[in-house]
Design a protein around this ligand. Structure first.
Ligand code: C2O
Ligand code: CU
Length: 475
């Protein structure tokens, strides 16, 4: 464990991490953007100084220190890429949330050998929202994501652009990628299969702070963790507004004081700083104390593979220092955002049921008793079928379930109501321990008799261990 650093003080005694008055804050890193229709991304080794006096080896795209550039796409554009692998290990690059052909999806089958370049292209069909890209090589996803490989994607479209919303990137429209890492004593990343990191990183920044203008501010938040869920809220309990989740805008802003974000999920929120005094500060927190078992990061242990210094705590995510309003201040929010088409259980023309079970060879987690393998096609879905897909979790822990290709509607949660902020289009949802959740989606494009799409737990360690399956959309 940490022995060299000031931060190690947090490992003893205190029950509240990152909230002591002597915390040294670092300015939140804002990843640079890449725009246009043709993009070059090169994954390679890099490094970043997280702690004074020590450098940590990382992986990143385009030589950035940790975590890649933010790609900005316009709906309707034809985009193309050169993805170069400068690692000594094979990788892939997956477009999380995108509705694109399986062969372009960057799942485990679209391998990029060391030194090779993969050149996918697709039409951006998704609505405006926040997406991401990350490696997806089976049994290497945990390691490559842990080392820092990933990046955000912002899609813009005419409906979102016509709304009076904050959208000046880095000024009042803030990307916020949440994860955590465990460090070895030499401050290298600990890449043993840990479920949790010990130190929160927001865009790769330890103890982050940001100055934000005294007006409505938007955050695009991605949970890029290994397992931890975030129960987000502000330190003064103020109401904030969810305007978008995984697949696009909600019909109208949803006022909340907490939003739970599982691994792989995104939300866009608006928070009003217009009533705050210039010079005051506010904290975005994760209220992870006293969760029921099965909530990832609620465990009481502080160390070991299932433990973390952040477990079962309310911890600080971002310190916000309020500065003067700017000239383009957004001072109110729209009451109506978009009109999403409804898709209900009654629209389904076929059903799939998937259970979380144990697998072979001591695997703790598998779908329907079978560990993932490259050749088994678990489901064949005829083109234009509307499927109600039910996930049953009577196994030992909660999971974050992601389906490639489609955006779906959550139509039932056996544990109770679907949260208002989970309405709209989703590609990932948290599946509680003991819960059954059904989603409905239409598979109306990209029939391909041979190239499969993945569905899996988005905890990279679970996915690598076999909690993944694949389907083809048949002509
Ligand atoms: Cu975020 Cu199968 O991926
Ligand atoms: Cu899982």
């Amino acid at each position: 464990m940490l022995i060299c650093c000031k931060k190690s003080a947090n490992t003893t005694g205190s029950t509240s991490t990152n909230t002591s008055s002597d915390t040294t804050y670092n300015t939140l890193y804002i990843p640079p953007t890449l725009t246009g229709t043709s993009f070059n991304l090169a994954l390679g080794k890099s490094s970043k100084q997280f702690f004074t006096g020590a450098t940590t080896q990382t992986y990143s795209y385009n030589g950035l220190p940790f975590w890649g550039p933010t790609l900005i796409f316009n709906k309707g554009d034809n985009v193309s890429f050169n993805i170069t692998n400068n690692l000594t290990d094979t990788t892939t690059l997956h477009w999380h949330g995108f509705h694109i052909p399986a062969i372009m999806d960057g799942g485990p089958h679209q391998k990029i050998a060391p030194g090779a370049t993969w050149s996918p292209h697709f039409t951006v069909m998704n609505n405006a929202s926040t997406f991401w890209f990350h490696p997806h090589l089976h049994e290497k996803t945990y390691e490559q994501i842990t080392m820092g490989a990933g990046g955000l994607i912002i899609v813009k479209d005419p409906i979102e652009s016509a709304l009076n919303l904050p959208r000046t990137y880095g000024t009042d429209d803030i990307p916020l990628v949440l994860t955590s890492r465990r460090f070895n004593s030499d401050i290298s990343f600990n890449t043993n299969v840990n479920d949790y990191g010990d130190y929160l990183l927001a865009n790769g920044t330890l103890n982050p702070q940001i100055s934000l203008p005294k007006q409505y501010v938007r955050f695009r938040i991605l949970n890029a963790e290994i397992e931890r869920a975030y129960n987000l809220g502000f330190s003064d309990g103020r109401t904030f507004y969810v305007i978008s989740n995984d697949g696009g805008l909600l019909d109208a802003p949803v006022g909340v004081t907490r939003v739970v974000l599982g691994v792989g999920e995104r939300v866009e929120i608006l928070v009003n700083l217009g009533g705050d005094n210039v010079g005051s500060s506010l904290k975005l927190m994760s209220y992870n104390s006293n969760q029921t078992f099965g909530y990832p990061g609620g465990e009481s242990s502080q160390s070991g593979a299932l433990g973390s210094l952040l477990n079962n705590k309310d911890f600080e995510v971002l310190k916000i220092n309020v500065a003067a309003a700017n000239a383009q201040a957004i001072t109110s929010i729209p009451t109506k955002l978009t009109t999403n088409t409804t898709l209900t259980a009654a629209d389904a023309t076929s059903n799939i049921s998937t259970s979380i079970t144990a697998g072979q060879g001591g695997s703790e987690f598998a779908f329907d008793n079978n560990n993932y393998n490259y050749v088994t096609i678990n489901h064949k879905i005829p083109l234009n079928t509307t499927v109600k897909w039910t996930f049953v979790n009577s196994n030992v822990f909660g999971h974050s379930i992601h389906i490639h290709d489609i955006q779906f509607k959550i139509v039932s949660r056996s544990s109770g109501a679907i949260q208002n902020y989970e309405q709209g289009w989703k590609d990932t949802f948290f599946l509680h321990l003991g819960e059954t959740v059904s989603v409905v989606a239409k598979f109306d494009d990209f029939a391909d008799a041979t190239n499969p799409f993945m569905y899996h737990c988005h905890f990279p360690n679970h996915e690598d261990a076999g909690l993944m399956g694949q389907f083809i959309v048949t002509p």
